[in-house]
Design a protein around this ligand. Structure first.
Ligand SMILES: Cc1cc2nc3c(=O)[nH]c(=O)nc-3n(C[C@H](O)[C@H](O)[C@H](O)COP(=O)(O)OP(=O)(O)OC[C@H]3O[C@@H](n4cnc5c(N)ncnc54)[C@H](O)[C@@H]3O)c2cc1C
Ligand code: SF4
Ligand code: SF4
Ligand code: SF4
Length: 412
């Protein structure tokens, strides 16, 4: 029977969909992060759930592929680019798969901002998957559905965080029919929980004195390549648009500093050049230095193809892209390719404040995000790339030492 290691479990959902007895269910811890829980009465001790867990696989993630290629890329279609977090590559990949009769899976918010993986067959629905949702998506039931599609001979594009893609890979197993499966993983900075996100939205509503109608973590019209928030809220009869640079936003600042992410994210095993995905997508950091002639307005993606399947799909959409080949050295300036965002030493205290006293208390303790982020980005933009990576390693070591002294998180 599966023993859930709460420090390392990513919540990928593989064990949940694997159990033939339906004995593994999704539960939430006290901070509303998703975990599996085994109902001992239903369990027949077959061991399938443990076999399907990526934590039990020594090849998770798989070794660095000899076919790996790196690119700077962006969609030529301005509308796609505007609504996507980086260079708008994902919606083009999705369209290509749907046009061949395939199906696409990815993360969408429902009407009550519950993030969940959904299955898409119509091109119009791709928009629901576009854009970053830094909140953990529920995949329960989805891997079984993917297996049905593959067994029915459909091509499947599954997009998600690397841990979710790896969960699906382990769920299908070495004998699974994966010839028609295309995994698209992300360079991942971690996920927060739905509960934290909802508390943040409530705090935001108190601050603006209105109800949030739509919240996106990309705002290209206002901030171009730099991340920003686009919040539409209603106050009385009128609707308003609020544009906030990401560096000034409290949720984003706490997220980027590892204060509100899942525990496994701080030690993420997927922040390495060896990728789970046939294609990996992320932001191309410091594009102006790496590829000075590449137009950087409105976002540029770092695209990594690790398999011939991934390379083939990228080739199909190439006529709809601005594409320039790159290399690991320039790509790895995006630190999510080499190191995770470490857990903040005060994570436990901030999460406890968010749940006991609301987001405002934690925000008060965290301080002003704008100033520290502005200083960090000023310093890092003045340093050569190698120095930034070395500073990052040093900062990790210091944080790890501080974390040992800080109070540890307890789980309910
Ligand atoms: C949780 C998360 C953290 C990320 N952190 C970083 C980072 O630190 N640095 C970096 O360079 N890039 C990061 N990315 C990737 C980046 O933000 C872009 O989403 C990615 O580059 C694809 O951009 P796009 O313009 O091609 O398409 P987009 O339209 O932006 O693609 C959206 C894709 O993201 C998936 N997605 C969105 N939210 C979630 C979620 N909560 N769970 C699973 N899948 C999701 C959708 O299924 C879809 O496939 C992250 C992505 C996610 C999902
Ligand atoms: S050991 Fe088998 S029956 Fe028990 S929870 Fe795991 S998969 Fe289900
Ligand atoms: S399969 Fe995924 S959700 Fe289940 S225990 Fe392992 S990491 Fe956690
Ligand atoms: S940081 Fe790692 S563990 Fe956390 S969501 Fe991303 S891939 Fe999964």
């Amino acid at each position: 029977m599966l023993t859930v290691n709460h420090k390392q479990c990513t919540g990928c959902g593989s064990c949940i969909d694997t159990c033939p007895q339906l004995a593994v269910v999704t539960v939430r811890d006290k901070y509303k992060f998703l975990y599996p829980s085994v109902n001992a009465e239903q369990c027949i001790s077959c061991g399938k759930c443990a076999d399907a867990c990526p934590l039990h696989h020594s090849d998770s993630p798989p070794p660095l592929s000899p076919d790996v290629r790196y690119y700077a890329a962006k969609a030529l279609d301005k509308a796609l680019l505007r609504d996507s977090h980086a260079g708008g590559i994902f919606p083009l990949l999705a369209r290509a798969v749907l046009s061949q009769g395939g199906v696409v899976y990815g993360c969408a918010f429902d009407e009550v901002r519950h993030p969940r993986h959904i299955r898409v067959e119509q091109p119009d629905d791709i928009a629901r998957l576009q854009g970053l949702k830094p909140v953990q998506s529920d995949t329960s039931g989805v891997f079984r559905r993917v297996r049905c599609d593959l067994e029915a001979g459909r091509t499947v594009l599954f997009s998600g965080t690397p841990c979710q893609c790896d969960g699906l890979r382990c769920f299908l197993g070495a004998d699974g029919d994966t010839a028609r499966l295309i995994l698209v993983d992300m360079l991942c900075g971690g996920v927060t929980s739905e509960g934290i996100f909802h508390r943040y939205v409530r705090w935001l509503e108190e601050k603006i004195g209105g109800s949030v109608r739509s919240l996106r973590f990309e705002n290209k019209p206002a901030f171009g390549h730099s991340p920003g928030l686009r919040i539409i809220f209603r106050r009385g009869k009128f609707r308003y648009l609020l544009s906030v640079p990401a560096a000034w936003d409290m949720l984003y600042a706490m997220y980027r500093k590892g204060c509100i992410s899942r525990r496994a994210c701080g030690e993420c095993r997927y922040a390495v050049p060896a990728r789970v995905g046939d294609i990996t997508l992320g932001r191309f950091e410091r594009i102006r230095r790496a590829h000075p002639d590449f137009p950087y307005d409105n976002g540029v993606s770092l695209v990594i193809t690790s398999t011939p399947k991934g390379a083939g799909l990228l080739k199909q959409i190439a006529p709809q892209l601005m594409l320039e080949e790159s290399d690991l050295e320039r790509a790895a300036v995006n630190r999510r390719l080499v190191t995770p965002i470490p857990t903040h030493p005060h994570r436990a205290m901030l999460l406890s404040d968010i749940y006991r006293h609301g987001f405002s208390k934690a925000a008060e303790k965290f301080g002003s995000p704008g100033l520290s982020d502005a200083l960090t980005s000023l310093i890092t933009s003045a340093l050569p790339d190698g120095a930034v990576i070395r500073c990052d390693r040093l900062a990790r070591r210091i944080r790890a030492k501080l974390a040992k002294k800080a109070p540890s998180d307890s789980l309910s």
